[in-house]
Design a protein around this ligand. Structure first.
Ligand code: NDP
Length: 314
């Protein structure tokens, strides 16, 4: 079994992980980065990214991540395609194990494992992924200007996404499974006050239809009740906003998280409660969840990491 030693282990390869790697390698920390289950992270699931600074003509999500990867590699990051399956943050240096059995001994760790958008679990969500199905209004809303879209969910994210889309689309349906919204009152009010948003309470989605791309959703109203009604709703875009799951389970025995699993950091600094362990990107960000903010926090984590190593003569 191979053992690798590193001053800086970066777990995850979204914009946060790669940016941390660029900064850490330029600071001569010779970081070791494990790409994880989805190399490149959530952005590889989107088509075009138009809001990442520096790309006035937009860039394919996959291309953007490849550029970041190449930049990190150019400065000397050791990029491994495996998954970290186990960590032990109770010892120093920290220990981690990769899926091929490699043991990693690390002086510091930057956690940038991201978050995974929740889906309803319908086959059609996979079938139309990138063809009308999205879990990020800020990323993909622009493609639905003057079109008709539906958002699923009843929390703050669903309300926020609906309001964002209402600024672009001709009409937004908000599909809510309960007879009420769970979102904060102020968000609810904003949604109710917006003439472009129509609330569909007590509705569930059974499937989607369309030849090449989404052309509508099969809905059911008041499922299981005597007045149950199934019907088709013509739409161009179907947005999931039923929550995200931060990928923090691996660190939970040691690293403090909020009730939703987001890693808690100290104010504007990406420090966790475990000294020498930093968190960057969506795994620690329940609010913004943007590639640009993730990249920024990855940069901060690498700078903090460098400081920690030099303060501790590591
Ligand atoms: P929430 O967990 O708050 O809400 C998820 C919503 O999705 C609920 O309405 C839930 O319905 C619905 N849902 C879940 N599963 C399904 C399903 N299978 N079918 C249909 N509907 C489903 O997640 P959010 O992402 O909205 O928010 C997460 C946290 O982030 C919250 O604390 C929120 O306040 C915060 N946040 C804050 C923002 C801000 O301050 N600007 C913006 C966005 C989020 P049900 O109610 O029936 O369970």
């Amino acid at each position: 079994m191979e053992t690798k030693k590193t001053r800086c282990l970066i777990i995850g390869s979204g914009p946060a992980g790669y940016t941390a790697a660029i900064y850490a390698s330029r600071a001569n920390l010779q970081p070791l980065l494990y790409e994880g289950l989805q190399p490149g992270g959530q952005l590889t699931q989107t088509t075009e990214v138009e809001n990442f600074p520096g790309y006035p003509s937009g860039v394919e999500g996959f291309q953007l991540m490849d550029d970041l990867r190449n930049q990190a590699s150019k400065f000397g990051t050791d990029i491994q395609s495996g998954i970290i399956t186990k960590t032990d943050l109770s010892v120093r240096p920290f220990k981690a194990t990769a899926d091929d059995g490699t043991e990693i001994i690390a002086d510091t760790i930057i956690i940038s494992t991201g978050a995974t958008a929740k889906y309803l679990g319908l086959e059609d969500e996979k079938k139309y992924n990138g063809k009308g199905v999205s879990a990020c209004a800020t990323c993909d809303g622009f493609f639905y200007r003057k079109k008709v879209v539906a958002v699923v969910g009843g929390g703050d994210t669903a309300c926020e996404e609906s309001l964002y889309l209402a600024g672009l689309a001709q009409k937004v349906y908000l599909i809510v499974r309960k007879p009420y919204l769970r979102a904060t009152k102020i968000m609810q009010q904003r949604v109710l006050d917006n003439p472009k948003i129509e609330l569909l309470f007590e509705h569930n989605t059974l499937g989607l239809y369309g030849d090449e791309k989404v052309e509508g959703a099969h809905l059911i109203q008041r499922k299981g009740e005597t007045d149950e009604k199934a019907y088709d709703l013509p739409i161009d875009g179907f947005f999931l906003a039923i929550g995200h799951k931060p990928n923090s389970d691996l660190f939970k025995p040691w690293v403090e998280t909020d009730q939703n699993g987001y890693i808690l950091t100290q104010g504007a600094r990406p420090l966790t409660n475990v000294e020498g362990v930093f968190a960057a990107g969506d795994v620690a960000d329940p609010i913004y969840r943007q590639a640009t903010t993730a990249a920024g926090s990855g940069c901060k984590a690498a700078i903090e990491c460098e400081r920690y190593l030099s303060e501790h003569n590591l």
